[in-house]
Design a protein around this ligand. Structure first.
Ligand code: SF4
Length: 169
């Protein structure tokens, strides 16, 4: 059974939850606009993995803040009035993965849009929301998709190769 792939998670999130009103009701943090020194961003080459949740994903960047690493997710469009729920949960997943892999909980994550960046606190409420959403998705989709191809080349080029148990290579 392959690891739960973050892109699949985000697809599910987009399908299940999308309205801004619902976002407000659920208490998703609106975030705070910040300026971001892009020269201090560290690109992430390997996916991060949580074996307990079978969750894997790779933020675009990490930035060192004191002893913590802060995940940065880059979106190509202009910043919305408040971050979309799917973006917030994606960032929360990266915060979770950073905590799992480094042992240090990031206090926040950053959503970087083309024209500005949001700083979003990684609160315990947001973490709980993430875990509940993952649970909902697992139940709703019985998330154990089988490999849909027989192409070793695709697996060789896949960013999830290191954590996939259906790889052909
Ligand atoms: S492309 Fe291959 S390695 Fe990547 S998720 Fe699919 S089966 Fe796993």
């Amino acid at each position: 059974m392959p690891a739960l792939i973050l892109s699949l998670l985000m697809l599910g999130v987009l399908l299940i939850l999308s309205s801004r009103r619902r976002l407000k009701v659920l208490g998703i943090p609106a975030g705070r606009l910040i300026s971001l020194d892009t020269s201090r961003l560290i690109p992430v080459s390997e996916p991060l993995y949580d074996p307990d949740l079978r969750l894997t994903g790779r933020p675009d960047y990490l930035v060192q803040r004191g002893r913590s690493r802060i995940p940065v997710e880059v979106k190509s469009g202009r910043a919305p009035q408040r971050p979309h729920r799917s973006h917030v949960l994606q960032l929360a997943a990266y915060c979770h993965l950073v905590e799992t892999t480094t042992g240090k909980r990031p206090a926040y994550g950053i959503l970087k849009y083309a024209d500005s960046a949001y700083k979003l606190q990684y609160t315990h409420a947001l973490q709980k929301d993430l875990l509940q959403t993952l649970g909902t998705l697992r139940k709703a989709q019985n998330l154990s998709p089988d490999r849909s191809h027989n192409s070793p080349g695709r697996c060789r080029a896949c960013g999830y190769l290191s954590s996939c148990d259906q790889s052909l290579v």
